[in-house]
Design a protein around this ligand. Structure first.
Ligand code: PAF
Length: 282
């Protein structure tokens, strides 16, 4: 597996294959890889000839400096996992390579950033858009693969790819969330959970499963009440938000019954001092 550190190396690598009519699949990550990331690599290898991953902990998408500092960094293990999965190359740039000067671009998301993660992490999606646009521009893949665990991020990336990066003609492929045996969604942050919080964190998916199996028989108010009550029972978990969001606009349903349409139940919660997100399509 090639380790590419500059945008020029990436573009040389990719153009060599593109001139031989090979298709390029791209899996952007922030490292601390787990089985969820590796599932994206497999999907990319299934759908494209060449797979490139990137590992870059993007400072502009962290609104909390402590969170950025504590973000796990495990490059050696990450490279080994990527190589074993059959990934052909990894783009592993420095902060200076990605941001030779401050990125002052402000993206517009048609309101997709006004709710949930966007509301609790101001500026987060602008940072995601900055880095994803730079990565897409460097790699210019045919397809890019993202996990559905980051439901809102996926919507934002689809939106900016259409609105700002249409000339790159990149297809965004969504891949199912990979879970631990007790249902906890795999996340790079899980390694920071204490054993007690790790145990408690499984309640997040358990609650989402309940919502999925009751959304046709209960009202939205009853569902919200159930979620609040379950979190109140668990002292190690702190609910930040629970929303039932429209898949396209991300607007929340707050009352009545869900009769038609496509919705996703979304949760952000702290387990101890680790912030976790999860969701379930209804
Ligand atoms: O989902 C992530 O890991 C990051 O937000 C991404 C898309 C790699 C951008 O830094």
């Amino acid at each position: 597996m090639y380790i590419l550190k500059s945008k020029y190396e990436v573009s040389d690598f990719v153009s060599m294959f593109r001139s031989n009519s090979k298709t390029i699949g791209f899996v952007p990550t922030m490292g601390a890889l787990h089985k969820g990331h590796i599932a994206l690599i497999y999907k990319s290898l299934e759908e494209c000839d060449i797979c490139i991953a990137s590992i870059f902990v993007n400072p502009t998408q962290f609104n909390n400096p402590d969170d950025l500092e504590k973000y796990p960094r495990t490059e050696a293990a990450d490279f080994a996992m990527l190589e074993q999965a059959g990934c052909h190359a990894v783009f592993f740039p420095s902060v200076l390579e990605m941001y030779p000067e401050p990125d002052t671009r402000v993206f517009e998301f048609d309101g997709l950033d006004a709710v949930m993660e966007g509301a609790f992490r101001p500026g987060h999606f602008n940072g995601v858009a900055q880095v994803v646009s730079k990565l897409f521009d460097a790699v210019r893949p045919n397809k890019a693969f993202f996990g559905q665990k980051d439901f809102q991020q996926l919507a934002v990336i689809r939106f900016i790819t259409k609105k700002y990066l249409a000339e790159l003609n990149i297809e965004i492929v969504a891949c199912e969330t990979v879970r631990e045996s007790d249902g906890l969604a795999m996340s790079s942050r899980n390694v920071r959970l204490t054993p007690e919080c790790r145990h408690a964190a499984a309640d997040i998916s358990r609650i989402l499963v309940w919502v999925k199996s009751h959304f046709t028989s209960k009202s939205v108010e009853e569902i919200h009440k159930f979620v609040q009550t379950e979190f109140a029972k668990q002292p190690l978990l702190h609910l930040e938000y629970f929303e039932i969001a429209d898949n396209d606009t991300l607007t929340s349903i707050t009352e009545g019954k869900i009769l038609t349409g496509r919705f996703t139940a979304c949760i952000a919660a702290y387990a101890g001092d680790v912030r976790l997100i999860d969701n379930m399509p209804l």
